[in-house]
Write a protein that binds this ligand. Structure first.
Ligand SMILES: NC(=O)c1ccc[n+]([C@@H]2O[C@H](COP(=O)([O-])OP(=O)(O)OC[C@H]3O[C@@H](n4cnc5c(N)ncnc54)[C@H](O)[C@@H]3O)[C@@H](O)[C@H]2O)c1
Length: 406
């Protein structure tokens, strides 16, 4: 298949592009390299030494004998160029990773909020409009987030996108419907993903665009089978307070002798997936498109749920690291339950990679090898959801996990 990967230089887009290329697909990356510029803005770099994209692509050609093409395009701003490339390359599928994806970054200031909304909403809308204007039957696979559901907002098991409801009519009868699960975004970033869902619903209803929206959990891990083949292919490893995701942050903190920083009491339960499974799931989604006329297919792309403090304890047991509770800069429930259906991917054949010491150790080893590249000053999460979210006026209070609320 011909596959266009938007955001193919990013943490998920790069290993996905390699995986699809290795599986024989003809891959074309579009990326404006904004994620690398955000590293410059934040004064931080990936813990792993990621290479410039042209070096990465040359290394992949050398290692695999396969070429991946690249165009530097801003999907949110350069609509005409995007349309031109879609019409020229006529992809069977477009995988859309090209959004600003960090909740803390999206909450740093009004400038960051506005950038996240402008970038994410325009990128998604431009892709949809280009598919329609091209008149091609292109399957759009989008990376959404589990965060759109809220955590425990409706109670019970989180379904895959649609909630069965019974609507009472005035005459006392009831009508059974399936509606989009109500959205409870917890940050401006999550809000853009909730708005993406409405755009998908509209373009699917109005124009019949075939869409799969993958509501993904938090990714852990860094390398995949393909990125591990050559050091020049190494994947990104974000550890900073804005972009570092929780389990990778713990593993990196342990590797450099920094305490594991848990927000609040760590009672938040979240959904997780290993990066290797992310790339496999995207391929499964591409190989199993919705049929013409089907509604938007929403798939929960996660493999397990864990409470943050349990992850901290796991990493502490593995590495001997100390755990510290910090005041939570986010506005979120101190604790929640989470039960998620991921039936679609299991039915399609995914055999989940779950947390295991072996893999945790592998990531821990990578973190240790590159520990010298870590800037300790960039570890604390500094973005505040509101000025009041830290009662101490932004000064983080530390304690031991035992002293944290359970
Ligand atoms: N990383 C996670 O844990 C996680 C979890 C759930 C969902 N997701 C979703 O997966 C997608 C990819 O996440 P990631 O972790 O790979 O992020 P990332 O920031 O590493 O990658 C995003 C890529 O898109 C590019 N990009 C952004 N805006 C663009 C634009 N306007 N035009 C062209 N390119 C643009 C960036 O330069 C970057 O290379 C995101 O949409 C994110 O919401 C990620």
């Amino acid at each position: 298949m011909k596959i266009m990967v938007l955001g193919g230089d990013g943490f998920s887009g790069w290993p996905t592009s390699l995986h699809l290329s290795r599986r024989g697909h003809d891959v074309l990356i579009l990326d404006n390299l904004s994620r690398r510029r955000i590293d410059d803005e934040l004064g931080v770099m990936s813990l792993t030494p990621i290479q410039p994209l042209d070096t990465r692509l040359a290394a992949w050609r050398e290692v695999s004998g396969r070429a991946i093409a690249f165009h530097n395009v801003d999907v949110a701003c350069q609509y005409d160029r995007l349309l031109e490339l879609v019409c020229e390359h006529r992809p069977d599928a477009i995988v859309h990773f090209a959004e600003q994806r960090a909740a803390p970054y999206s909450m740093k200031s009004s400038r960051h909020k506005r950038y996240t909304v402008d970038n994410n909403i325009n990128a998604t809308h431009n892709v949809l409009a280009a598919i329609v204007e091209s008149r091609l039957d292109i399957h759009l696979v989008h990376l959404g987030t589990m965060g759109v559901y809220g955590y425990g907002a409706t109670g019970g098991r989180i379904p895959e996108g649609y909630l069965p409801v019974s609507v009472a009519a005035d005459d006392g009868t009831h009508k059974n419907l399936e509606i989009l699960h109500p959205a409870y975004p917890g940050s401006v970033y999550h809000m853009t993903k909730a708005l993406d869902q409405l755009m998908f619903q509209f373009y699917n209803n109005n124009d019949g665009v075939r869409i799969t929206d993958l509501h993904q959990g938090i990714i852990w891990g860094t390398q995949t089978e393909e990125t591990a083949r050559d050091v020049r292919l190494i994947n990104r490893f974000d550890y900073d307070g804005d972009y570092g995701t929780v389990l990778n942050r713990f593993l990196m903190q342990a590797a450099i002798g920094h305490p594991l920083t848990v927000h609040g009491g760590g009672g938040q339960k979240r959904a997780f997936i290993h990066i290797q499974d992310t790339v496999r799931c995207v391929e499964l989604a591409i190989r199993n498109p919705p049929a013409a006329g089907d509604r938007v297919r929403i798939v929960n792309q996660m493999t397990e749920t864990h409470r943050v403090r349990d992850l901290a304890r796991l990493v502490a047991a593995l590495t001997g690291a100390e755990i510290r509770c910090m005041e939570n800069p986010r506005k979120e429930a101190a604790a929640n339950d989470l039960d998620v259906s991921n039936a679609t991917l299991l039915r399609l054949g995914l055999q989940p990679i779950t947390l295991s010491n072996g893999l945790l150790r592998e990531i821990s080893d990578i973190a240790r090898v590159y520990a010298g590249r870590c800037d300790w000053n960039k570890i604390p999460a500094t973005a505040r959801w509101t000025p009041e979210t830290c009662s101490s006026g932004g000064v983080l209070q530390c304690g031991t996990l035992a002293a944290c609320p359970t």
